[in-house]
Every structure is written in structure tokens, then in C-alpha cells.
Design a protein around this ligand. Structure first.
Ligand SMILES: Nc1ncnc2c1ncn2[C@@H]1O[C@H](COP(=O)(O)OP(=O)(O)OP(=O)(O)O)[C@@H](O)[C@H]1O
Ligand SMILES: [Mg+2]
Length: 380
């Protein structure tokens, strides 16, 4: 199983510019998470901080009991071997062909023979669909192929944690769909903990177990995918729908006057370039038939069901609806608990309501469920 990554109160600035502050989140072992956020909010800086390439000012990032913010160089070197990283620019060595690029971490970090290295490199290159391109130089291939070569290189050390910085940028929609499937298949095969930074809404809606968003120097949300996908937070809605109307501006956050002026234009019928309203939970991508089941899925269900009552009603509904009938029985919940209130007509609860479940409208399931104790079997 992949390693858990626990980030606590992480803050990073360059000189007097704070990039983000007090970021706290946990990447659950073997689950897939996606981080969204407008350009320049520090997503790449976050990934680099997680592997100790950049040093945060405050906070902790704990992997297998080691806090990489405060540990020794030696420990950091050891912990880094757990990571496979696809950098935003691919970061391939321009003078090396793809084979040597992908082989590089093996030659650098292991004592494997060239025969063994060849077996691993060819296997990973096949996995990302680059068989036959071994001799090509990075300058001779397309941007999408470079991304996939970077991904192959990120995989050769059998990482427990995979970080992908915009794996889809520069890919056409069809290739992005293949890439999404590849990431899910990969997770099913090696059960690694995966964090993907992307601007691709389709990928964000269909791939991850968990979704988060950085905005205005803070992590405004991180949790089960259903929470962000059903959120009515203006910045989240604007981002998911690719609208100009909303708090996110071209170069920085908008002030109140600008937002009001834009709202007036929109009310007068001015089209702002977005296409359709995207909201709600869609089915998650499954591994290609024939591959093992994702082990993270079962663990996640137990985890999410144990915190269900703390989530907003719309997210609870999305979660319960996506359970199989067996799961609904196992967790003792029913989907029609929400059937009486049409979507969109549900008043937002106050934070207090969320805790007490005292909504006065669509009933929040008061599930008594708790994760089964080891050996208990869990019923179904
Ligand atoms: N090494 C550095 N020194 C100083 N400032 C930096 C450094 N690296 C990044 N920054 C600044 O940190 C901010 C966040 O950059 P980052 O690349 O993390 O954004 P991002 O969210 O990944 O954006 P994009 O979606 O465009 O990739 C930017 O203002 C950038 O200029
Ligand atoms: Mg970036």
C-alpha cells in the first residue's frame, strides 16, 4: 500500500510574498487526490515543498514518521526514493534519449544490472504507450509524448507516492482521457498514493477520490470528491465551470466593485464565454477490465462513511447515491432519504447544522455505522 502523507500547517513564502499559509491535509494511503487552483496560486510550489525541493517556513509534512521539513539531508534523500514525480515541464534531459531518461533514476539510485534496468524501462514505457520511441530525443517528440516519458520515469522506482504536476497540459482531449484511465489503472496495479495537480475539469471530476483547491493563499477545501463537486462556494463553482464571472480574475483576485459591475453585465445577458453549468457528482473512472480492483476504493468507503455525518448534505447525498446496493446495506443507509427535496432547492445549512444534522429539510442519514474492527468482517 502507498504511504500516507500528512501535511500540517504548512506555510511557504518567498521573501515577503506569502504563497500559501497554514495548509493542512492528509493524502490517504493508496488513494488518488487532485489539487485544483488558479494559475499562480502555488500548486507547483506545494508539490516541490512536499518532496523537500523547497523549504516551507513553517509546518510539517510527515511521511512514514519522518517530517521532511525538519529532517536531516540524509533522511530526506531516503524519503525521496518513495516518490515518483512528474514535473510540470517534464524535466527530461534534452541530450538523452527517452530510454536513458527513463533509466536515469534506476542507474542513479539502485545497483540493478543493465539487463534488469532494460526490463523495467521497457515495461514502464509500454505502460505509458511509448514502445518504439526509446531512441528518440525529447526535442524530437510531441509535448504529450514528453509528458508520458516523464510519467514513465516517475514510475521506475516503484514509488509509493506519485506526484503529477499538470500531466494533461498540452494533451488533446482524447489523449487526456487515455491519461486519466492510465492514472486509475496505475493506481489499481501498484496501490500508490497519488496527487495530481491539474486544470482539467473532466479529469478532476472523474479520476480522484479526493479533491482540493488552493485559492487566495489558502487551501480552501480538501476532502472527498463529492464535497467539492457539490460545493456552492462561488470560487469553486466559477472554477469548475470556467466562468469569468466570479471571484477569480485574470491576474489576481477581483475587488468587490469589479465583481458587482460584471454581475450587472451578466444580468443584462452578456455572455461570459462559459459553455454549460457543470455541477454534481459523476461516476468515477474504473480500472480497465481485467486489472485488479483498486484497493483504495474499499478503504476510502470505510473512511468516508465514518466521517459522513460531518459533510454537507449535498456531498452526503452524492456519496450515498454512488454506493452499490450491497454497500448501502453494509453501511445501513438508503439513497431515497434525500428524494423529497429536488436538487438546487435545498437550503444551505449553517456549520452548526452540519454538525447536529438538524436541517429541518431533507433528512441527513443518521448512520450508526463505524469501521468494522479487524476480524469483524463488516457484515457483507
Ligand atoms: N523559486 C521561486 N522563487 C521565487 N518565487 C517563486 C519561485 N517558485 C515559484 N515562485 C512564485 O510562487 C508563485 C506560485 O507559483 P507556482 O508555480 O507554484 O504556481 P502554480 O499554481 O503552479 O501555477 P500554474 O497553474 O500556472 O502552474 C508564483 O507567484 C511564482 O512566481
Ligand atoms: Mg504549476
Amino acid at each position: 500500500m502507498g504511504a500516507e502523507v500528512v501535511v500540517e500547517g504548512l506555510t511557504k513564502s518567498f521573501g515577503r510574498q506569502t504563497i500559501w499559509r497554514d495548509v493542512t491535509l492528509t493524502l490517504p494511503p493508496g488513494e488518488v487526490s487532485v489539487m485544483l487552483g488558479p494559475s499562480g496560486t502555488g500548486k507547483s510550489v506545494f508539490l516541490k515543498s512536499m518532496i523537500g525541493l523547497l523549504k516551507p517556513d513553517r509546518g510539517r509534512c510527515v511521511i512514514n514518521g519522518v517530517d521532511i521539513v525538519s529532517c536531516s539531508e540524509h533522511k530526506l534523500y531516503e524519503v525521496r526514493k518513495l516518490f515518483g514525480v512528474l514535473f510540470q515541464d517534464g524535466a527530461l534531459f534534452g541530450s538523452m534519449n527517452l530510454y536513458d531518461n527513463v533509466a536515469f533514476p534506476l542507474r542513479e539510485h539502485t545497483k540493478k544490472s543493465e539487463t534488469e534496468i532494460k526490463r523495467i524501462v521497457l515495461e514502464k514505457m509500454e505502460m505509458v504507450g511509448l514502445t518504439g520511441a526509446e531512441k528518440k530525443l525529447p526535442g524530437e517528440i510531441s509535448g504529450g509524448m514528453r509528458k508520458r516519458a516523464g510519467l514513465a520515469r516517475a514510475l521506475v522506482l516503484d514509488p509509493e507516492i506519485i506526484l503529477c504536476d499538470e500531466p494533461d497540459s498540452g494533451l488533446d482531449p482524447v489523449r487526456t482521457a487515455y491519461l486519466s484511465q492510465l492514472l486509475i489503472d496505475l493506481n489499481a496495479q501498484i496501490d500508490a498514493t497519488i496527487l495530481i495537480v491539474t486544470h482539467n475539469i473532466n479529469l478532476a471530476r472523474t479520476v480522484p477520490d479526493n479533491l482540493g483547491m488552493l485559492f487566495r493563499r489558502e487551501l480552501i477545501m480538501f476532502g472527498p470528491r463529492e464535497v467539492l463537486l457539490t460545493s456552492e462556494e462561488p470560487v469553486v463553482e466559477q472554477f469548475l465551470n470556467g466562468r469569468r464571472l466570479g471571484p477569480i480574475g485574470m491576474s489576481e483576485e477581483k475587488d468587490v466593485a469589479t465583481m458587482a459591475a460584471e454581475q450587472e453585465l451578466a444580468d443584462a445577458g452578456h455572455h461570459d464565454g462559459s459553455t454549460e453549468d457543470v455541477r454534481g457528482v459523476v461516476p468515477q473512472l474504473q480500472p480497465t477490465p481485467g486489472l485488479p480492483e483498486r484497493q483504495g476504493v474499499r478503504r476510502r468507503k470505510d473512511r468516508v462513511m465514518s466521517i459522513l455525518h460531518t459533510l454537507p448534505p449535498a456531498a452526503q447525498e452524492g456519496i450515498i447515491e454512488s454506493l452499490t446496493p450491497e454497500d448501502q446495506h453494509r453501511y445501513n443507509v438508503r439513497p431515497h432519504m434525500f428524494a423529497t427535496v429536488p436538487a438546487g432547492h435545498r437550503p444551505s445549512p449553517s456549520p452548526r447544522d452540519r454538525i447536529t444534522g438538524d436541517l429541518g429539510v431533507a433528512q441527513v442519514p443518521q448512520t450508526q455505522w463505524r469501521p468494522p474492527a479487524p476480524g469483524e468482517g463488516g457484515g457483507v
